[in-house]
Design a protein around this ligand. Structure first.
Ligand code: T46
Length: 136
């Protein structure tokens, strides 16, 4: 069994002036890890659910920079739903967070900052395997 950690929902500062708004995230400041990879999810159809996995190592920070979506989190002890509906909300996922993303608005752009480079072997896509790895 690998030790579980808790996800966090952070609120970052909105910096702005009469020209518009700006929000900033930095490794080891708002984001508690070194950012090695950035990707973004967009043009997702409204009735689609994505994700359905946990990780062995990768930590991720999710920011809806445009539009909104919901994230179902399951760390075995607790299931929660987080609504990402502002570019100032940052959801930090731990490897042991089984996650599903859904209810994407048509304009949603979900930015993901990751602690590791892409490796398909880092994914746990089978729920029974997830329980085996992270269960008591
Ligand atoms: C996650 C959630 C929030 C790559 O080749 N490189 C990459 O860095 C990524 C992220 C994906 N891919 C390929 C793998 C698949 O063939 O892109 C395709 C779609 O990926 P996936 O089905 O994993 O997408 P989601 O939206 O279910 O999950 C993604 C991330 O993969 C995952 O780490 O936590 O977003």
């Amino acid at each position: 069994m690998i030790q579980s950690k808790e996800s966090m929902l952070l609120q970052i500062k909105e910096l702005g002036d009469d020209r518009g708004l700006l929000a900033v995230v930095e490794s080891h400041n708002s984001i508690p890890f070194d950012i090695k990879r950035v990707f973004y999810i967009y043009d997702t159809l409204p009735d689609v659910r994505r994700g359905f996995h946990a990780h062995y190592k990768t930590r991720q920070a999710l920011i809806c920079v445009k539009g909104a979506c919901k994230i179902l989190l399951d760390n075995i002890n607790r299931k929660t739903v987080v609504s990402l509906d502002s570019p100032t909300k940052v959801l930090v996922l731990e490897p042991n967070d089984w996650h599903e993303m859904y209810d994407f608005t048509s304009d949603c752009v979900l930015l993901v900052l990751a602690s590791h480079l892409y490796d398909s072997e880092d994914y746990i896509r089978d729920y029974d395997k997830f329980l085996e790895v992270y269960g008591e």
